[in-house]
Write a protein that binds this ligand. Sequence first.
Ligand code: FUL
Length: 466
Amino acid sequence: MKYCLAICLILTGCIGLQAQSFPKPTPAQIEWHDTEFYFFLHFGPNTFTNLEWGHGTETEDLFQPSALDCDQWCRIAKLAGAKGLIITAKHHDGFCLWPSQFSTHTVRESPWKGGKGDVLQELSEAAKRHGLKLGFYLSPWDRNHPKYGTSEYNDVYANTLTELLTRYGSLFEIWWDGANGEGPNGKKQVYDFHRFEKIAAKLQPDAVIFSDIGPGCRWAGNEEGVIRTETNWCTLDTAGFQRGAGGPPQDTLNQGNVRGAHWIPAECDVSIRPGWFYHPEEDSRVKSPEQLFEIYQYSVGRGANLILNVPPDRRGLIHEQDSVALVGLGKLIRERFQQNLLRGRKRELVHRHCLFIPKRIVSYLNDGDRMTYQRVNLSHEIQFDLRRKQKFSTIVLREYIPEGQHISAFKVEVKKGKKWVEIARSTTIGARKMLKFPEQNARRIRVTILESNIQMPLLSEVELYR
Ligand code: FUL
Protein backbone atom coordinates (compact mmCIF):
# COMPACT_ATOMS: atom_id res chain seq x y z
CA MET A 1 0.00 0.00 0.00
CA LYS A 2 2.75 2.33 1.03
CA TYR A 3 4.59 1.56 -2.21
CA CYS A 4 1.47 2.19 -4.28
CA LEU A 5 1.07 5.59 -2.70
CA ALA A 6 4.69 6.45 -3.35
CA ILE A 7 4.43 5.34 -6.97
CA CYS A 8 1.24 7.37 -7.44
CA LEU A 9 2.90 10.45 -6.02
CA ILE A 10 5.95 10.04 -8.25
CA LEU A 11 3.80 9.49 -11.32
CA THR A 12 1.62 12.50 -10.60
CA GLY A 13 4.75 14.60 -10.15
CA CYS A 14 6.22 13.33 -13.42
CA ILE A 15 3.04 13.83 -15.39
CA GLY A 16 2.58 17.28 -13.91
CA LEU A 17 6.02 18.33 -15.01
CA GLN A 18 5.78 16.66 -18.42
CA ALA A 19 2.46 18.35 -19.05
CA GLN A 20 3.91 21.88 -19.04
CA SER A 21 4.14 23.16 -22.55
CA PHE A 22 7.50 23.81 -24.10
CA PRO A 23 8.24 25.01 -27.63
CA LYS A 24 8.92 22.18 -30.03
CA PRO A 25 10.36 22.16 -33.53
CA THR A 26 8.12 21.88 -36.57
CA PRO A 27 8.71 18.90 -38.89
CA ALA A 28 10.63 21.27 -41.21
CA GLN A 29 12.86 22.34 -38.33
CA ILE A 30 13.49 18.72 -37.29
CA GLU A 31 14.62 18.04 -40.83
CA TRP A 32 16.72 21.22 -40.75
CA HIS A 33 18.48 20.07 -37.54
CA ASP A 34 19.41 16.89 -39.38
CA THR A 35 21.03 18.88 -42.16
CA GLU A 36 23.64 20.07 -39.64
CA PHE A 37 26.35 21.37 -41.98
CA TYR A 38 26.10 22.98 -45.41
CA PHE A 39 27.92 25.33 -47.76
CA PHE A 40 27.24 29.03 -48.23
CA LEU A 41 28.16 30.27 -51.71
CA HIS A 42 28.73 34.01 -52.14
CA PHE A 43 28.93 34.59 -55.87
CA GLY A 44 28.07 37.55 -58.12
CA PRO A 45 29.54 40.79 -59.46
CA ASN A 46 31.66 41.17 -56.29
CA THR A 47 33.56 38.05 -57.36
CA PHE A 48 34.80 40.01 -60.37
CA THR A 49 35.20 43.48 -58.82
CA ASN A 50 36.93 42.32 -55.65
CA LEU A 51 34.34 44.06 -53.48
CA GLU A 52 32.41 42.73 -50.48
CA TRP A 53 29.44 45.05 -50.85
CA GLY A 54 28.82 45.97 -54.48
CA HIS A 55 27.44 49.45 -55.14
CA GLY A 56 24.66 48.26 -57.39
CA THR A 57 26.09 50.31 -60.27
CA GLU A 58 28.35 47.54 -61.59
CA THR A 59 27.67 46.77 -65.24
CA GLU A 60 26.29 43.33 -66.07
CA ASP A 61 29.11 42.58 -68.52
CA LEU A 62 31.38 42.05 -65.53
CA PHE A 63 29.68 38.78 -64.75
CA GLN A 64 31.60 36.28 -66.89
CA PRO A 65 32.64 33.09 -65.12
CA SER A 66 34.85 31.21 -67.57
CA ALA A 67 34.27 27.64 -66.40
CA LEU A 68 31.31 27.60 -64.00
CA ASP A 69 30.73 24.07 -62.78
CA CYS A 70 28.09 23.50 -60.11
CA ASP A 71 28.86 19.78 -60.10
CA GLN A 72 32.34 20.64 -58.83
CA TRP A 73 30.80 22.65 -55.96
CA CYS A 74 28.59 19.69 -55.11
CA ARG A 75 31.38 17.12 -55.31
CA ILE A 76 33.46 19.16 -52.87
CA ALA A 77 30.48 19.72 -50.58
CA LYS A 78 29.96 15.96 -50.40
CA LEU A 79 33.64 15.29 -49.73
CA ALA A 80 33.61 17.92 -46.96
CA GLY A 81 30.66 16.21 -45.29
CA ALA A 82 28.18 18.99 -46.08
CA LYS A 83 24.56 18.10 -46.73
CA GLY A 84 23.38 21.15 -48.62
CA LEU A 85 24.19 24.47 -50.29
CA ILE A 86 22.78 27.98 -49.95
CA ILE A 87 23.68 30.50 -52.66
CA THR A 88 23.39 34.28 -52.81
CA ALA A 89 20.71 34.39 -55.49
CA LYS A 90 20.89 38.17 -55.03
CA HIS A 91 23.32 40.03 -52.77
CA HIS A 92 23.08 43.69 -51.70
CA ASP A 93 24.22 44.88 -55.17
CA GLY A 94 20.92 43.62 -56.59
CA PHE A 95 22.39 41.42 -59.35
CA CYS A 96 20.24 38.30 -59.88
CA LEU A 97 21.96 35.01 -60.64
CA TRP A 98 18.85 33.98 -62.54
CA PRO A 99 16.98 35.82 -65.31
CA SER A 100 14.39 37.41 -63.04
CA GLN A 101 11.48 39.04 -64.72
CA PHE A 102 11.41 41.70 -61.98
CA SER A 103 14.84 43.13 -62.60
CA THR A 104 16.98 44.31 -65.48
CA HIS A 105 20.17 43.61 -63.58
CA THR A 106 20.58 39.85 -64.05
CA VAL A 107 22.53 37.07 -65.78
CA ARG A 108 20.27 37.69 -68.79
CA GLU A 109 21.91 41.09 -69.32
CA SER A 110 25.41 39.60 -68.94
CA PRO A 111 27.59 38.02 -71.65
CA TRP A 112 27.76 34.71 -69.73
CA LYS A 113 26.31 31.98 -71.97
CA GLY A 114 25.09 34.69 -74.33
CA GLY A 115 22.59 35.87 -71.71
CA LYS A 116 20.94 32.45 -71.67
CA GLY A 117 22.48 31.19 -68.45
CA ASP A 118 20.83 30.57 -65.08
CA VAL A 119 23.14 29.79 -62.18
CA LEU A 120 20.26 28.72 -59.94
CA GLN A 121 18.97 26.28 -62.52
CA GLU A 122 22.41 24.72 -62.91
CA LEU A 123 22.88 24.52 -59.17
CA SER A 124 19.48 23.06 -58.45
CA GLU A 125 20.05 20.33 -61.05
CA ALA A 126 23.53 19.57 -59.76
CA ALA A 127 22.32 19.50 -56.13
CA LYS A 128 19.65 16.98 -57.10
CA ARG A 129 22.21 14.81 -58.87
CA HIS A 130 24.40 14.77 -55.77
CA GLY A 131 21.66 14.37 -53.21
CA LEU A 132 22.29 17.77 -51.63
CA LYS A 133 19.69 20.14 -50.25
CA LEU A 134 19.32 23.63 -51.67
CA GLY A 135 18.60 27.02 -50.17
CA PHE A 136 18.58 30.65 -51.39
CA TYR A 137 19.87 33.87 -49.90
CA LEU A 138 17.79 36.75 -51.23
CA SER A 139 19.05 40.05 -49.87
CA PRO A 140 16.20 42.38 -48.92
CA TRP A 141 18.64 45.28 -49.21
CA ASP A 142 19.06 46.16 -52.87
CA ARG A 143 21.43 48.92 -53.96
CA ASN A 144 20.40 48.65 -57.59
CA HIS A 145 16.65 48.46 -57.82
CA PRO A 146 15.14 51.85 -58.73
CA LYS A 147 12.07 51.14 -56.56
CA TYR A 148 14.13 50.48 -53.44
CA GLY A 149 13.16 52.81 -50.61
CA THR A 150 9.52 53.05 -51.78
CA SER A 151 6.57 50.90 -50.77
CA GLU A 152 6.55 49.47 -54.32
CA TYR A 153 9.80 47.72 -53.58
CA ASN A 154 7.92 45.41 -51.23
CA ASP A 155 5.92 44.28 -54.27
CA VAL A 156 9.14 43.78 -56.19
CA TYR A 157 10.64 41.72 -53.37
CA ALA A 158 7.45 39.69 -52.95
CA ASN A 159 7.37 38.94 -56.69
CA THR A 160 11.04 38.11 -56.82
CA LEU A 161 10.66 35.80 -53.83
CA THR A 162 7.67 34.10 -55.44
CA GLU A 163 9.67 33.54 -58.60
CA LEU A 164 12.56 32.08 -56.64
CA LEU A 165 10.38 29.79 -54.57
CA THR A 166 8.45 28.37 -57.49
CA ARG A 167 11.11 27.72 -60.11
CA TYR A 168 13.80 25.57 -58.57
CA GLY A 169 12.12 22.77 -56.69
CA SER A 170 12.03 22.18 -53.00
CA LEU A 171 14.21 24.33 -50.74
CA PHE A 172 15.36 23.62 -47.21
CA GLU A 173 16.20 27.19 -46.16
CA ILE A 174 15.60 30.81 -47.15
CA TRP A 175 18.18 33.32 -45.91
CA TRP A 176 17.23 36.90 -44.99
CA ASP A 177 20.19 39.07 -44.31
CA GLY A 178 19.80 41.69 -41.59
CA ALA A 179 21.85 44.33 -43.46
CA ASN A 180 19.65 47.27 -44.46
CA GLY A 181 21.36 50.28 -46.01
CA GLU A 182 20.31 52.95 -48.46
CA GLY A 183 19.24 52.18 -52.01
CA PRO A 184 20.05 54.17 -55.16
CA ASN A 185 17.68 56.98 -54.12
CA GLY A 186 19.43 57.35 -50.76
CA LYS A 187 16.46 55.94 -48.86
CA LYS A 188 16.14 52.99 -46.55
CA GLN A 189 13.39 50.46 -46.98
CA VAL A 190 10.77 49.42 -44.47
CA TYR A 191 10.35 45.75 -45.34
CA ASP A 192 7.02 43.99 -45.25
CA PHE A 193 8.44 40.84 -43.70
CA HIS A 194 5.03 39.68 -42.59
CA ARG A 195 3.96 39.44 -46.21
CA PHE A 196 7.23 37.76 -47.25
CA GLU A 197 6.85 35.17 -44.48
CA LYS A 198 3.36 34.34 -45.67
CA ILE A 199 4.60 33.82 -49.23
CA ALA A 200 7.41 31.55 -48.04
CA ALA A 201 5.11 29.51 -45.80
CA LYS A 202 2.68 29.00 -48.67
CA LEU A 203 5.14 28.22 -51.45
CA GLN A 204 7.85 26.35 -49.55
CA PRO A 205 6.33 25.04 -46.33
CA ASP A 206 9.32 22.75 -45.77
CA ALA A 207 11.85 25.57 -45.91
CA VAL A 208 13.13 27.13 -42.71
CA ILE A 209 13.54 30.91 -42.73
CA PHE A 210 16.80 32.28 -41.40
CA SER A 211 17.08 35.79 -39.97
CA ASP A 212 18.28 37.35 -36.72
CA ILE A 213 15.00 36.34 -35.16
CA GLY A 214 13.86 33.48 -37.34
CA PRO A 215 11.09 32.39 -37.50
CA GLY A 216 12.82 29.16 -38.66
CA CYS A 217 16.36 29.58 -37.36
CA ARG A 218 18.39 32.44 -35.91
CA TRP A 219 21.73 34.09 -36.54
CA ALA A 220 24.17 32.88 -33.89
CA GLY A 221 25.33 36.42 -33.12
CA ASN A 222 28.84 36.25 -34.62
CA GLU A 223 30.47 35.53 -37.96
CA GLU A 224 33.10 33.20 -36.53
CA GLY A 225 30.80 30.21 -36.89
CA VAL A 226 30.73 29.20 -33.22
CA ILE A 227 28.60 28.89 -30.13
CA ARG A 228 30.95 30.54 -27.66
CA THR A 229 29.96 28.76 -24.48
CA GLU A 230 28.75 25.29 -23.55
CA THR A 231 25.18 26.54 -23.39
CA ASN A 232 22.94 26.71 -26.43
CA TRP A 233 19.15 26.78 -26.18
CA CYS A 234 17.12 26.27 -29.34
CA THR A 235 14.51 28.58 -27.88
CA LEU A 236 14.38 32.35 -28.24
CA ASP A 237 12.22 35.25 -27.10
CA THR A 238 11.53 37.56 -30.00
CA ALA A 239 8.92 39.94 -28.57
CA GLY A 240 10.02 43.53 -29.09
CA PHE A 241 12.88 42.62 -31.43
CA GLN A 242 13.31 43.13 -35.14
CA ARG A 243 15.51 41.77 -37.86
CA GLY A 244 18.84 43.50 -38.38
CA ALA A 245 19.87 46.31 -36.06
CA GLY A 246 16.83 45.77 -33.82
CA GLY A 247 17.72 42.17 -33.05
CA PRO A 248 18.40 40.65 -29.62
CA PRO A 249 21.88 41.18 -28.08
CA GLN A 250 24.54 39.07 -29.74
CA ASP A 251 25.23 36.85 -26.74
CA THR A 252 21.50 36.10 -26.46
CA LEU A 253 21.50 35.12 -30.11
CA ASN A 254 24.49 32.92 -29.39
CA GLN A 255 23.04 31.10 -26.37
CA GLY A 256 19.31 31.41 -26.96
CA ASN A 257 16.89 31.95 -24.07
CA VAL A 258 16.33 29.25 -21.50
CA ARG A 259 12.58 28.67 -21.58
CA GLY A 260 12.36 31.03 -24.57
CA ALA A 261 8.95 31.29 -26.17
CA HIS A 262 9.78 30.01 -29.67
CA TRP A 263 11.79 27.20 -31.20
CA ILE A 264 14.35 29.20 -33.20
CA PRO A 265 17.65 27.31 -33.19
CA ALA A 266 21.04 28.86 -33.94
CA GLU A 267 22.82 28.73 -37.28
CA CYS A 268 26.53 29.57 -37.18
CA ASP A 269 27.87 31.37 -40.25
CA VAL A 270 31.54 31.76 -41.11
CA SER A 271 33.69 32.03 -44.22
CA ILE A 272 36.55 29.72 -45.14
CA ARG A 273 38.42 32.92 -46.09
CA PRO A 274 38.51 36.37 -44.48
CA GLY A 275 35.90 37.72 -46.93
CA TRP A 276 32.51 36.41 -47.99
CA PHE A 277 33.28 36.82 -51.70
CA TYR A 278 36.27 35.45 -53.56
CA HIS A 279 39.38 37.66 -53.56
CA PRO A 280 42.57 36.35 -55.20
CA GLU A 281 44.76 37.96 -52.53
CA GLU A 282 43.08 35.72 -49.93
CA ASP A 283 44.16 32.49 -51.63
CA SER A 284 46.86 32.09 -48.99
CA ARG A 285 44.46 32.81 -46.11
CA VAL A 286 42.15 29.84 -46.43
CA LYS A 287 41.38 28.16 -43.09
CA SER A 288 43.10 24.82 -42.50
CA PRO A 289 41.23 21.53 -42.07
CA GLU A 290 42.04 21.65 -38.35
CA GLN A 291 40.63 25.17 -37.99
CA LEU A 292 37.50 24.16 -39.85
CA PHE A 293 37.12 21.05 -37.73
CA GLU A 294 37.36 23.16 -34.58
CA ILE A 295 34.58 25.40 -35.93
CA TYR A 296 32.54 22.28 -36.69
CA GLN A 297 32.95 21.09 -33.11
CA TYR A 298 31.89 24.43 -31.66
CA SER A 299 28.84 24.76 -33.90
CA VAL A 300 27.41 21.36 -34.82
CA GLY A 301 29.01 19.97 -31.66
CA ARG A 302 27.06 22.48 -29.60
CA GLY A 303 23.69 21.80 -31.12
CA ALA A 304 23.71 24.49 -33.82
CA ASN A 305 23.90 24.17 -37.61
CA LEU A 306 27.01 25.28 -39.47
CA ILE A 307 26.82 27.25 -42.71
CA LEU A 308 30.35 27.43 -44.06
CA ASN A 309 30.95 29.98 -46.79
CA VAL A 310 32.99 28.70 -49.73
CA PRO A 311 33.05 31.44 -52.40
CA PRO A 312 33.48 30.29 -56.02
CA ASP A 313 36.25 32.13 -57.88
CA ARG A 314 36.19 34.03 -61.17
CA ARG A 315 36.18 30.82 -63.15
CA GLY A 316 33.05 29.76 -61.26
CA LEU A 317 34.96 27.02 -59.46
CA ILE A 318 35.87 26.38 -55.87
CA HIS A 319 39.53 27.32 -55.73
CA GLU A 320 42.16 24.59 -55.30
CA GLN A 321 43.26 25.95 -51.90
CA ASP A 322 39.71 25.77 -50.56
CA SER A 323 39.12 22.33 -52.07
CA VAL A 324 42.15 20.88 -50.34
CA ALA A 325 41.06 22.32 -46.98
CA LEU A 326 37.49 21.07 -47.42
CA VAL A 327 38.50 17.56 -48.41
CA GLY A 328 40.76 17.62 -45.33
CA LEU A 329 37.82 18.67 -43.17
CA GLY A 330 35.67 15.85 -44.51
CA LYS A 331 38.45 13.38 -43.77
CA LEU A 332 38.78 14.65 -40.20
CA ILE A 333 35.03 14.39 -39.59
CA ARG A 334 34.92 10.86 -40.96
CA GLU A 335 37.98 9.71 -39.05
CA ARG A 336 36.96 11.23 -35.71
CA PHE A 337 33.45 9.87 -35.83
CA GLN A 338 34.10 6.60 -37.55
CA GLN A 339 33.71 4.10 -34.79
CA ASN A 340 31.17 4.61 -32.05
CA LEU A 341 32.46 2.36 -29.29
CA LEU A 342 28.97 2.03 -27.84
CA ARG A 343 27.34 0.61 -30.96
CA GLY A 344 26.63 -3.08 -30.67
CA ARG A 345 26.85 -2.81 -26.90
CA LYS A 346 23.10 -2.69 -26.58
CA ARG A 347 22.70 -5.30 -23.91
CA GLU A 348 25.33 -3.83 -21.68
CA LEU A 349 23.38 -0.73 -20.83
CA VAL A 350 22.38 -0.52 -17.20
CA HIS A 351 19.99 1.91 -15.61
CA ARG A 352 20.45 2.12 -11.90
CA HIS A 353 18.27 3.39 -9.08
CA CYS A 354 15.13 3.09 -11.11
CA LEU A 355 12.01 1.50 -9.89
CA PHE A 356 10.49 0.74 -13.25
CA ILE A 357 13.23 -0.25 -15.63
CA PRO A 358 15.05 -3.55 -15.24
CA LYS A 359 18.76 -3.47 -14.69
CA ARG A 360 19.77 -4.69 -18.10
CA ILE A 361 17.77 -3.53 -21.05
CA VAL A 362 18.03 -3.22 -24.77
CA SER A 363 18.48 0.46 -25.24
CA TYR A 364 17.51 2.95 -27.85
CA LEU A 365 20.38 5.12 -26.75
CA ASN A 366 22.99 3.40 -28.85
CA ASP A 367 21.03 2.11 -31.81
CA GLY A 368 22.28 4.89 -34.11
CA ASP A 369 18.73 6.09 -34.67
CA ARG A 370 17.93 9.67 -33.63
CA MET A 371 14.25 9.03 -33.87
CA THR A 372 14.22 6.48 -31.06
CA TYR A 373 14.68 7.62 -27.50
CA GLN A 374 14.79 6.69 -23.87
CA ARG A 375 13.15 8.64 -21.10
CA VAL A 376 15.80 9.29 -18.51
CA ASN A 377 14.94 9.95 -14.92
CA LEU A 378 17.06 12.55 -13.20
CA SER A 379 18.18 9.98 -10.68
CA HIS A 380 19.35 7.56 -13.39
CA GLU A 381 22.90 6.78 -14.12
CA ILE A 382 23.19 5.65 -17.69
CA GLN A 383 25.96 3.19 -17.59
CA PHE A 384 27.81 1.44 -20.40
CA ASP A 385 30.16 -1.50 -20.17
CA LEU A 386 32.67 -1.66 -23.01
CA ARG A 387 33.53 -5.26 -22.03
CA ARG A 388 37.24 -4.43 -21.97
CA LYS A 389 39.29 -1.34 -21.39
CA GLN A 390 39.23 0.93 -24.40
CA LYS A 391 40.59 4.36 -25.21
CA PHE A 392 38.23 7.25 -25.88
CA SER A 393 38.22 11.03 -25.68
CA THR A 394 34.89 12.30 -27.05
CA ILE A 395 31.32 11.68 -26.04
CA VAL A 396 28.38 12.70 -28.22
CA LEU A 397 24.89 13.07 -26.76
CA ARG A 398 21.64 13.87 -28.47
CA GLU A 399 18.41 14.94 -26.90
CA TYR A 400 15.22 13.78 -28.59
CA ILE A 401 14.35 17.27 -29.82
CA PRO A 402 10.94 16.56 -31.39
CA GLU A 403 9.79 16.80 -27.76
CA GLY A 404 11.71 20.02 -27.12
CA GLN A 405 14.97 20.79 -25.34
CA HIS A 406 15.15 20.26 -21.60
CA ILE A 407 18.51 19.22 -20.20
CA SER A 408 20.66 21.93 -18.65
CA ALA A 409 23.37 19.97 -16.81
CA PHE A 410 24.98 16.54 -17.06
CA LYS A 411 28.18 14.81 -16.08
CA VAL A 412 30.28 11.98 -17.46
CA GLU A 413 32.26 9.57 -15.28
CA VAL A 414 34.51 6.55 -15.82
CA LYS A 415 35.23 3.78 -13.38
CA LYS A 416 38.78 3.70 -12.15
CA GLY A 417 39.31 0.75 -9.84
CA LYS A 418 36.32 0.81 -7.52
CA LYS A 419 35.64 4.50 -7.87
CA TRP A 420 33.69 6.56 -10.37
CA VAL A 421 35.73 9.55 -11.47
CA GLU A 422 34.20 12.58 -13.18
CA ILE A 423 35.85 13.35 -16.51
CA ALA A 424 33.51 15.93 -17.98
CA ARG A 425 30.54 18.09 -17.08
CA SER A 426 28.53 20.41 -19.23
CA THR A 427 25.24 22.26 -19.56
CA THR A 428 22.84 21.91 -22.52
CA ILE A 429 22.64 19.01 -24.98
CA GLY A 430 19.95 19.78 -27.57
CA ALA A 431 20.27 18.42 -31.09
CA ARG A 432 23.84 17.30 -30.54
CA LYS A 433 26.55 17.79 -27.95
CA MET A 434 30.15 16.77 -28.56
CA LEU A 435 32.28 16.86 -25.49
CA LYS A 436 36.01 16.30 -25.57
CA PHE A 437 38.07 15.28 -22.55
CA PRO A 438 41.60 13.99 -21.95
CA GLU A 439 41.95 10.49 -23.40
CA GLN A 440 40.64 7.79 -21.06
CA ASN A 441 41.42 4.12 -20.96
CA ALA A 442 38.46 2.53 -19.20
CA ARG A 443 35.84 -0.19 -19.43
CA ARG A 444 32.88 1.45 -17.75
CA ILE A 445 31.46 4.87 -18.44
CA ARG A 446 28.33 6.53 -17.14
CA VAL A 447 26.32 9.65 -17.85
CA THR A 448 24.09 11.34 -15.30
CA ILE A 449 21.59 14.03 -16.17
CA LEU A 450 21.82 16.55 -13.34
CA GLU A 451 19.30 19.21 -14.30
CA SER A 452 16.36 19.38 -16.62
CA ASN A 453 13.18 21.42 -16.82
CA ILE A 454 11.12 18.21 -16.95
CA GLN A 455 11.41 15.26 -14.65
CA MET A 456 12.10 12.72 -17.38
CA PRO A 457 13.93 14.28 -20.34
CA LEU A 458 14.32 12.27 -23.53
CA LEU A 459 17.72 11.21 -24.78
CA SER A 460 18.05 9.71 -28.22
CA GLU A 461 21.71 8.82 -28.55
CA VAL A 462 24.92 8.40 -26.60
CA GLU A 463 28.08 7.81 -28.66
CA LEU A 464 31.69 7.37 -27.66
CA TYR A 465 34.78 7.95 -29.84
CA ARG A 466 38.48 7.60 -29.57
C1 FUL B 1 26.11 40.03 -43.92
C2 FUL B 1 26.30 40.65 -45.31
O1 FUL B 1 26.33 42.05 -45.26
C3 FUL B 1 27.59 40.08 -45.84
O2 FUL B 1 27.96 40.62 -47.07
C4 FUL B 1 27.41 38.57 -45.95
O3 FUL B 1 26.45 38.27 -46.93
C5 FUL B 1 27.01 37.98 -44.59
C6 FUL B 1 26.73 36.52 -44.64
O4 FUL B 1 25.90 38.65 -44.06
O5 FUL B 1 25.09 40.63 -43.22
